[in-house]
Design a protein around this ligand. Structure first.
Ligand code: GRF
Length: 221
């Protein structure tokens, strides 16, 4: 059996924070061996901040309006992250593109969750694109963050079937359910030091992960 570590993370949010809540629940109820050092939001009204406060986690708001340039914002965020000294930075609905200075400073230590089966549909409105293109499959992805938008090395995905009855709202809900499973699962791998990355190749238990990430299939019951 592997030794469990207490991985420390900083979670970056912009809104509801239901993924943050899923991580908090996994820590509280499923013994996910992780400590959240900080929750950082670029939006002062993000409901996720309330979730963090309720769980007695330090919160920080870095609102872009308070900064005169993107570089100043990134410098402040970088300092905030360095002060929290997390092992891993977890983007959970953070609706701002991280500057290159941050990505390079915390290279291979930032992960993101995205509501599509990357490399399909980086960016916004993923559910709508799935409906418009009549895709039969959709899902979510967790990947390392690099300098390209939603394009860093993939760690894992959940795929789910799209039915004819689905619309943007039902897909959003299904994908969220998949995300609430996937983030705690992947964070558990990190906490147990099971994930490595080298030259953009991702390994689980020293075994190379396919470039599409490890795939879980969500079935309807
Ligand atoms: C999630 O769907 C995530 O994939 C995307 O933003 C959404 C955040 O939702 N990056 P929440 O704030 O965790 O509820």
């Amino acid at each position: 059996m592997k030794m469990q570590t207490n991985l420390s993370i900083a979670v970056l949010i912009s809104g509801n924070g239901s993924n943050l809540q899923a991580i908090l629940n996994a820590i509280q109820y499923d013994h996910l061996p992780i400590r959240i050092n900080a929750v950082i939001s670029n939006n002062p009204n993000a409901y996720g901040l309330e979730r963090a406060k309720k769980a007695h986690i330090p919160t920080y708001v870095l609102s872009q309006q308070e900064f005169t340039s993107r570089d100043h914002y990134d410098a402040a965020l970088s300092t905030c992250l360095a002060n929290c000294s997390p092992d891993l930075i977890v983007l959970a609905g953070f609706m701002r593109i991280l500057g290159k200075s941050i990505i390079y400073k915390f290279e291979n230590r930032i992960i993101n969750i995205h509501p599509s089966l990357l490399p399909k549909y980086p960016g916004l409105n993923t559910h709508l694109q799935v409906i418009e293109n009549q895709d039969s499959e959709h899902g979510c992805s967790i990947h390392f963050v690099d300098e390209h938008l939603d394009a860093g090395p993939l760690i894992a995905q959940v795929s789910l079937k799209v039915s004819k009855a689905d619309n943007v709202a039902t897909l959003k809900q299904k994908v969220h359910q998949a995300e609430y499973f996937l983030y705690p699962t992947v964070l558990n791998w990190f906490a147990n030091k099971r994930i490595d990355i080298s030259n953009s190749h991702v390994f689980l238990d020293k075994i190379l992960i396919p470039t599409t990430g490890l795939k879980f299939l969500m079935t309807e019951n």
